[in-house]
Unconditional design. Structure first.
Ligand code: URA
Length: 196
């Protein structure tokens, strides 16, 4: 895979606007054999500065909620659909999502997780290939062909959604708990792909 060393991308030239707006490429972080992979949209300002996904306010909430269900951030892998910060935090374009897709596919193939959790509308729609009403569909599990294999995708609201709408907090927490259950990390066991 061009511009990729292991699971890390560097010096990617494919999206001119993002090459201009990024300070650095923000690669996924966490175990390379994680059972759970969380996929966000794109790095924000703090992620761009520190070179790690979900280190800002959204990341703190994700860490805290993982802890509440008995998981540490170090137990899971966290990555994004697009690895470079878009200017003024705009949504990534379809072309930018497309340009970065191969890196994400490769990461998912190598990590081979039990469950892929999509954080928000952009990753949910990008990975499921359909319109997703995230608020209504959060907690739903759907199969998708990702990283060369049929995998379980768990739709989740973006942690930042809870900052604007407090009613999303319980939805976010319940979905993270479900993620832990599906991955076999808490009581409830691990459902197989046949359980769709
Ligand atoms: N939001 C995202 O979608 N990704 C990050 O890395 C940080 C915030």
């Amino acid at each position: 895979m061009d511009h990729m060393d292991g699971l890390a991308v560097s010096d990617c030239p494919y999206c001119p606007a993002l090459v201009d707006s990024r300070s650095q490429v923000v690669n996924g972080g966490g175990p390379e054999d994680a059972d759970l992979v969380f996929v966000g949209e794109a790095p924000g300002a703090q992620e761009d500065e520190q070179g790690e996904p979900f280190v800002g306010r959204s990341g703190s909430l994700l860490d805290e909620t993982l802890r509440d269900v008995g998981l540490a951030r170090a137990d899971v892998r966290i990555t994004n659909c697009v690895r470079c910060r878009p200017p003024e935090n705009r949504d990534p374009t379809a072309e930018e999502l497309d340009n970065c897709r191969g890196y994400l596919e490769h990461e998912l193939e190598q990590v081979d997780p039990e469950v892929v959790v999509t954080l928000g509308k952009v990753p949910s729609e990008h990975l499921l290939g359909r319109d997703v009403a995230v608020t209504n569909e959060a907690g739903a599990v759907e199969p998708a062909e990702l990283g060369g294999k049929r995998r379980r995708v768990l739709i989740c609201v973006h942690p930042a959604a809870t900052f604007y709408d407090r009613s999303q907090e319980s939805t976010f927490e319940a979905t993270i708990e479900k993620a832990a259950e599906l991955a076999g990390a808490v009581d409830g066991g691990q459902a197989g792909l046949d359980d769709f």
